[in-house]
Design a binder for this molecule. Structure first.
Ligand SMILES: CC(C)(COP(=O)(O)OP(=O)(O)OC[C@H]1O[C@@H](n2cnc3c(N)ncnc32)[C@H](O)[C@@H]1OP(=O)(O)O)[C@@H](O)C(=O)NCCC(=O)NCCS
Length: 145
């Protein structure tokens, strides 16, 4: 399989907030109708932010990693999906978590994305719950199996 035409790098908040917003606003606020007050929270200032860029530098994907091991705000622009960008973002987040010795990576998966996370080694560890009007389940990286 060819490598996806994408590069992943860490992005600094707040200096690069505009680039992160240019992905997360269309995906979460516009497409998924998450209220902006919920989308942007107190974790932004301390999170490790990842940005996926096309070869021309256009931001096309984003994710963030918290010191607790929580991965979240995984987003790829609609027109760029199913091309390996999400896999590259999540792989980069897992690598950083491993390098920093963070607690076992976990996330609150939208139910529609559970299959995506399973492919990356996560398993469901909790019951379904609602957040921002969207059904979620907690998933955790299975490290010994
Ligand atoms: C979930 C998301 C980040 C995946 O990004 P992506 O760049 O499309 O993912 P990839 O191309 O790396 O997908 C890898 C594989 O998972 C599959 N996949 C991707 N999203 C999926 C989903 N929602 N359900 C099932 N499978 C999915 C892809 O088809 C691909 O399989 P393939 O290699 O056989 O084609 C993207 O769909 C997205 O931004 N969705 C909207 C926001 C969202 O729901 N974020 C998750 C919040 S928990």
């Amino acid at each position: 399989m060819n490598e996806p035409a994408v590069s992943i790098r860490q992005a600094h908040w707040p200096e690069e907030a505009a680039a992160l917003r240019s992905v997360r606003t269309p995906v979460f606020v516009e497409e998924q109708r998450v209220p902006p007050d919920l989308e942007w929270d107190d974790h932004e200032a301390t999170a490790i932010h990842l940005l996926a860029e096309a070869p021309d530098g256009e931001p096309i994907g984003a994710a963030r990693l918290l010191s607790s091991g929580q991965i979240g705000r995984m987003a790829v622009l609609k027109s760029r999906r199913k091309a390996g960008v999400g896999t590259a973002l999540l792989g980069a987040a897992l690598e950083i978590a491993r390098q920093k010795g963070l607690p076992t990576p976990f996330l609150n998966a939208q139910v529609s994305a559970i299959a995506f996370y399973r492919r990356m080694g996560f398993s469901e560890t909790g019951e379904e719950f609602m957040e921002a009007g969207i059904a979620h389940r907690r998933m955790e990286l299975q490290q010994n199996g």
